[in-house]
Every structure is written in C-alpha cells, then in structure tokens.
Design a protein around this ligand. Sequence first.
Ligand SMILES: Cc1cc2nc3c(=O)[nH]c(=O)nc-3n(C[C@H](O)[C@H](O)[C@H](O)COP(=O)(O)OP(=O)(O)OC[C@H]3O[C@@H](n4cnc5c(N)ncnc54)[C@H](O)[C@@H]3O)c2cc1C
Length: 475
Amino acid sequence: MASPSLYWLRNDLRLTDNAALTAAAAQGPVIFLHVLDDETPGAWRLGGAARWWLHKSLEALSATVPLILRPGAADKVIAEVLTESGAASVHFTRDYAPWSGGLERRVKAAADAAGASCHRYGGFLLHEPESIRNGSGEPYRVYTPFSKACFAAGEPRALKPVPQFTVFDGKLKSDSLADWGLLPTRPDWANGMAAHWTPGEAGAAARLKNFIADGLAHYADERDRPDRDVTSRLSPYLRSGEISPGQCWHAVRAAQLAAGGKLDRAAEKFLKEVLWREFSYHLLHHWPTLPEKPFRPEFAEFPWNENPQALKQWQKGRTGYPIVDAGLRELWVTGIMHNRVRMIAASFLIKDLLIPWQEGERWFWDTLVDADIGSNSASWQWVAGCGADAAPYFRIFNPVLQGEKFDPAGAYVRKWLPELAAMPDEFVHRPWEAPALVLKAAGVELGKNYPHPVVDHGTARDRALAAFKEIKGAA
Ligand SMILES: Cc1cc2nc3c(=O)[nH]c(=O)nc-3n(C[C@H](O)[C@H](O)[C@H](O)COP(=O)(O)OP(=O)(O)OC[C@H]3O[C@@H](n4cnc5c(N)ncnc54)[C@H](O)[C@@H]3O)c2cc1C
C-alpha cells in the first residue's frame, strides 16, 4: 500500500487544472489539508468578506472531498500531520504574498525533518514572476511591455483534468468548519453577499460560462459601464483559486476561435485585464513592500490629511457624491465594486479627501470578496500615482463627470442609493445643484436623507495639486 501524500490546499480551492493535486494523487492516497493560518500573514490576515467566502468555498469543496481543517502556523500544522499520517510527500501551489516565500521554506524544512519530499507547483498565475524579464534581465515596471512579453511567451500550458485519486482513510483529527467562526456573528451582515455569489468551483465554472455567453461580446466597449452587467466577476474565484487564470484564458481563446474573428477585440481586451492581475503579482513579487510603502519613494513624504470622520463618511458611502457613494454601498452589500467605480472612489479618497491610500486599501481588504494582496495594493498605488506605471497624480477624477460619462442615465446610482431613485437624470450625479422644487419632488432632503458634498471638488482638487507640489521630484 502506497504511503499517503499530503496536499496542502491554499488559494487553489479546486480539483480541475490543479498541478499540486494531480501530483499528490499520483503518489498515493491523498490527505486534503487546509490550514487557517492567521499567524503568518500578521496584519494581512484574511478580511471579513474573504473569510465569509472561504467558509462557503470550503463548504462547497467538502461536499466532494473530505477536508482536514486545522488552525495555526501552516508549517507547524504540516509537520504535525506528516508525523501523524506518515505521509511521504507534501504538495502545494505556490503563493506570492510577501510572507509566503518564508513560509514555503519552513514547510520544506518541516518535510525534510519528517523524511517526506516537498513539491511546489505554479497555477495561481499564468507565468512565474521570475520568468518574465525585460531585455536587461530586470523585472518590468511598466505594464505594456510586460503584457507584450507575456503574449510573446506563448499560450499558457494545457489544462489538467480532475485527477483520479483515492482519499487517505486513516484517522486524522479535524476542526469542523463552523468552529472557525468565519461567518459574521451579526447575522444580517452577509445576506447581500449570499444573494450575489455562489462560492466554489462549480460557481466559478458557471460564472465563466455565463460571461462567455453574455458578457464577452460587449466587453471591449462596455466594461467601464457599472450600469451594465458585462464584466466577468471572476475576481473572487481567481483570488481563492476556484478557477485558474489558465482556465479563463483558454475558455476565452476557444470562444474567440469559435466566433471566427468576431470576438477578437473583446478577447484581447479581456486577456489584457487578466494580465493586469499578473502584472500586480509580478510587482508584488519583486517589490514585496508594495502593500505598505509607495513604490515611488518620494511619496513617503506626501502631506496627507488624516481625517477619521471623512474616512468614515467615505466607508459608509455618505460623501454626497453619488457615484462614489453608490460604489461604497455596492461594496458593503455585495463584497464587490465595479472596476471603474473602484478607480473613482479610490481617487476621491486619496485626492479629494487627501487620506492616505493605505486606509482605502485596508477598507477594501476587509470588505471585498476578491480582496487580493497583489491586485489591491498595486491598484491603490496606481490610483494614488505612487505605483509602478501609475496614473499621474495630477490626473484627478471629477466624480460628477465620471458618473455622467459611465453611468449616463444614473441607473447604477439609483440602484445603490434608493434615496436618489426619483432624481431626474440631469441632477442624479449632482443633487446639490438641483432646484429646491426638483429635490422636493424627488423626495430628497440634502443633509437629511442624502448628505451635502463632504468637500467641494474644485477646491479639493486645488488642495491636492498643492499638496503634490510639496513632495520632491513630483512631476
Ligand atoms: C483601488 C482598486 C482596488 C482593487 N482591488 C482589487 C482586489 O483586491 N482584487 C482584485 O482581484 N482586483 C482588484 N482591483 C482590480 C479590478 O477592479 C478587479 O479585478 C475587477 O473589478 C474584478 O471584476 P471582474 O472580475 O468583473 O473583472 P473583469 O473585467 O472581468 O477582468 C477579468 C479579470 O482580470 C483581472 N483584472 C481586471 N482588472 C484588473 C486590474 N485593474 N488589476 C488587476 N487585475 C485585474 C481580475 O482578476 C478579473 O477577474 C482593484 C482595482 C482598484 C482600482
């Protein structure tokens, strides 16, 4: 009888296209171990929405395979399970968070000490960060040449089917999922998320299929429209590995091929967005301080305006700027926010309120179901103007014009701000300009059921530009 092999589940909560599981299954009966490790990531332990997602995802997976669930530092837990089970090998998918390299080395040491072999596989990304380099052998700092290098590297490897496996039938103790307290204790907190999402591998596959059938054809032209349901909404599934980027890539390529040229522009655009995810992880891998420190060091001196009250108003979606508030409310209810609105809301926090980008990053970390250490930090730095290949700081979004451009009939705003539902289109993105009679007819009482703007955008813009001039090397 072959010795068992230990498969350590991380951000790869799926059976399909899973190199680590495939290899573990080939060696012997598989132990499916998931560790709730709140120790190793320290301040970056999973946020509230991601914990809800993890619970649901593990619940879905445990309907297919028996999971061993244990809390603690992953290397210590793995050492224990190796001793208890006599497993001859450990298999896991590589992770790229700043703390993961050290953890993976400790897991290898634990395996060595137990006389087990240790194997690490790719799959969370399309390309290992070390494999994409510029002509001088350096990591890329600019997205466009990075993405060209990824396209030039060829199509991602072929997908792996669900492997044949047997499950280890020895006795190993396991927590029950409910013991982990991943679900919110106040019962109503996650209702909106439950209505919007089906975490798990099957949910991911269904989402990809629907996107290809309904969204992809409109993706290139309408992906910036929060009032349209066009983007894939695959990000939380990619984040926890219920689907691999390779599965998304190949499915879109297959649809493109089948459409005989009709989907070319849409497919290219989508694949380029998937490569923004790759680029974020490429940056994180090479600059592991990305979640905390500005990529452009001169921004460390930026004269921020700590303002806890304004931060609270922003978090609650009560800034008085409808497109910003709608985004923050969508986030609170569903655990997601449309990409265009993320950019507008982030710009508002950083530039109109002058609040450090790290505060917004933290809020997103706690509230997003796709909270992702690579994409979140790289995107916040991008908006703040302090990241690699970032939007220039002085390009400051006007939240009214952005709203009118990307949500022209105000459908998105009305959906998330029911208090503005009866506002006429002309004023839905600028209610403070509406005549008293119009406000009255729409049932809007500024300062009562909807706030006055927390700042005047024109004044705030001038203040932001003046603050920017104070830092050395600003350009
Ligand atoms: C301030 C800010 C914070 C963000 N935080 C996160 C985060 O924590 N996690 C996260 O996954 N994305 C984050 N993003 C990127 C982006 O908003 C989301 O990936 C996207 O909205 C997810 O929706 P979708 O799956 O429908 O995307 P689609 O448009 O369907 O794109 C397909 C996939 O490509 C990737 N992708 C798309 N746009 C980006 C991007 N700009 N950067 C990186 N990857 C991208 C995602 O994995 C996405 O699922 C952030 C963006 C901003 C501006």
